[in-house]
Design a protein. Structure first.
Lengths: 424, 424
């Protein structure tokens, strides 16, 4: 069963509002095994809406339409639908009565312009609105079952849940789409894609695809099966295959974040050690971002107790004891300096691990030797690894460079806690 | 001139990612007088993409397409475009060379699968990508000018700005929509709306509307006029009217951020004082976020030299000298403690101002007296104001509470630098 999701509104085509209804509806449809093939967004223009609905109805089994059911002159969806169906709009007395009661409950008088919200095309089925005044509609146009709902997310969602989901779930016949996303950091998308190889074959079920967001390369597994149990089993099996090819590169799934995973590992190690292990930070170019990431996680106070933001040379000396002569000789963005920052941060804080970062986030400050994006990261920790340092060159603007540097620092700590080598 | 915006990607039609590209592109098109009539979102399916592009090309003057240009097997936009044009894909040598240089700068070897990103349909014009590896394309299909760009927002935006905007702006010629956004922080949307009053009348031109994002209440002014000069004048006039009603609450416009504005004020004060004024931070619940915000701004090293992240009680004592007895008596989330943190941070760093924050970000740790969201913020600075402290209760989840607390700290500093009273 195929579906197209249609959103209607000038504010959407003008880009003044980001359409979140379509994504929400699509996720719900996937859950009940309906295959969304397209989204369409059209302006508050009666002819344009009519044309879009006609086109959509010819190309799918189900159309979920939202928007354009308000009481004002720019709300034209019901008129367009009536015109497409070649029938007049008629007042739905049941809903009109409900609207009067609704306004009475608010202690307000209904104004004349609201009357239109009780009008639906002759022959359409009215859908009750449990949190607003616009009636929804269900119609059939050729082979297409079309549901028309308000654009207000709350009203649309309530209408979908109370009326639409049931009918479609029964009709879709039980096939479901389940998804899982594996997250990686450190290798580029093409490199991850090569490792996944034939798993990314377009005809495969479960399908495997990659996306990138804020430097995180994610592997999305979509499984489409008749039953939920089979879909779950198949997701597990494909997850396992992906991990065989990517190894420790996969740091988490779905909603898991890198800081969560790192603190989780620290917690496991603490349990094994019989005492709470902690981490400290000394940050120059990331300016507090690593500390921010670590403290994003509820309960992080058990593992992260302190950090220094040492953004200038003299504060590197004053707060974390980097010798001024070392800064003069090697520059702030250098291996000796980050090693010293990490070591001293660990010793001063009595933490078990310390991360230190110094780099050139730009846009200025780059040189031929040390271009913008050059970042030294050091990790101090227990023997035998002790203090390790790596140089990276991150690409992008200031924000991206800082973000990638902070994530890479966390990744270095993650691999250390795993006792594994970084594959890059 | 009419336009349709097309987004391509399974993650979009499945609702796993919300499409923000379409809204961004639509706003840019409105600015140059191009009339967006529709958005379309299609899955990573070659035939589906080809069908959509054919349909779109028949119905508008300009199509802006993004997505499906990655290096992996599920990226099929260029193949669909070539098929629609009935031409083969060809390697663009200039871009392929650029890609090699790109990977060389990263110190990485380009893998074979990246080669596809330099392939474009024969006869298409290549658009340079200044922040990624996928070449963009410009083609003409019948009466429709079509630009094809990567789905990664940063790459798409850079490509639009560097190549597409100029061509379309020249061609559009007609009436223009100019927008300006004024940003405020501290008062709620309804309160800002009340102050704006009749300026928000729907029939007004320029129109005035409010939106909220991450605690920032923004006032969007849209002016639709025949000429750009008139639109500019009208935007200025409405901007002035908004500021008359909102006063110092407006901290910036358009792309300006709160940290930028605060550092800008510090720079002005420094120029007046004849020496560089600086700010330091001592953060508990915000965990480095204020430092991160300040160092988001290029050149911030002149004003922000150091910060402490003191996430536990004992580090508050060790690093910024909060007496243990004070912590025992008043608790970490208290006025005496944040005052002490701010004062000591200012003295120890020899900075001119210091911000200190201590609060309960949740989800745990709240009490009847100090519910989750309770945050004490102190600002230490020059006399006569000296050290001031305020208690806030922020609403939302952990991330929201931390974000609002950091923004409120910056707002306190902003009002201090303006020499004005906060209106909340």
């Amino acid at each position: 069963m195929t579906a197209i999701v249609v959103s209607i509104g000038d504010e959407l085509v003008l880009g003044q509002t980001v359409d979140t209804n379509s994504a929400w509806l699509s996720r719900r449809l996937a859950e009940i095994g309906v295959d969304v093939i397209e989204h369409a967004t059209v302006a508050d223009d009666q002819l344009g809406i009519e044309r879009a609905l006609r086109d959509v109805a010819a190309r799918c089994d189900v159309a979920l339409v939202s928007g354009g059911l308000g009481p004002t002159a720019d709300d034209l969806t019901r008129q367009a639908l009536a015109s497409l169906m070649q029938v007049p709009l008629e007042l739905n007395e049941a809903w009109f009565g409900e609207m009067h009661a609704f306004f009475a409950r608010l202690g307000r008088t209904m104004v004349e312009s609201n009357r239109i919200q009780a009008m639906i095309p002759r022959g359409a089925e009215m859908i009750w609105n449990t949190c607003g005044t616009a009636a929804g509609m269900a119609v059939r146009i050729g082979r297409c079952r079309m549901f028309v709902m308000p654009g207000v997310p709350k009203e649309m969602k309530a209408m979908f849940e109370s009326r639409v989901r049931g009918e479609l779930g029964d009709a879709a016949g039980g096939s479901v789409i389940l998804s899982r996303t594996l997250h990686t950091f450190g290798l580029g998308e093409s490199n991850v894609g090569e490792r996944l190889g034939d798993l990314m074959d377009r005809r495969r079920n479960p399908s495997v695809g990659t996306t990138v967001s804020a430097g995180v390369v994610s592997i999305r597994i979509n499984a489409r099966y008749a039953g939920i149990d089979e879909a779950r089993r198949q997701i597990e099996a494909t997850d396992e295959l992906c991990r065989q090819r990517l190894g420790a590169l996969v740091y988490g799934i779905d909603e898991q974040t890198l800081p969560q995973v790192v603190l989780g590992l620290l917690k496991e190690r603490s349990a094994a050690a019989g005492r709470g292990l902690t981490v400290a930070t000394a940050e120059s170019c990331t300016g507090g971002l690593i500390a921010k990431y670590l403290t994003d996680v509820p309960g992080s106070s058990a593992f992260f107790r302190q950090g220094w933001v040492v953004y200038s040379n003299d504060t590197k000396t004053q707060l974390v004891g980097v010798p001024a002569a070392m800064l003069r000789e090697h520059g702030a963005v250098s291996e000796p300096v980050v090693r010293c920052m990490a070591t001293n941060a660990m010793l001063m804080s009595e933490a078990d691990f310390a991360l230190a970062v110094s780099g050139i986030a730009g846009p200025d400050g780059g040189t031929a030797d040390k271009p913008v994006g050059t970042v030294w990261i050091a990790l101090a920790g227990d023997e035998p690894a002790g203090v390790t340092a790596r140089r990276f060159v991150f690409v992008g603007d200031r924000e991206m460079i800082r973000d990638r540097a902070a994530k890479m620092a966390l990744t270095m700590l993650r691999y250390r806690l795993l006792g594994a080598e970084m594959p890059f």
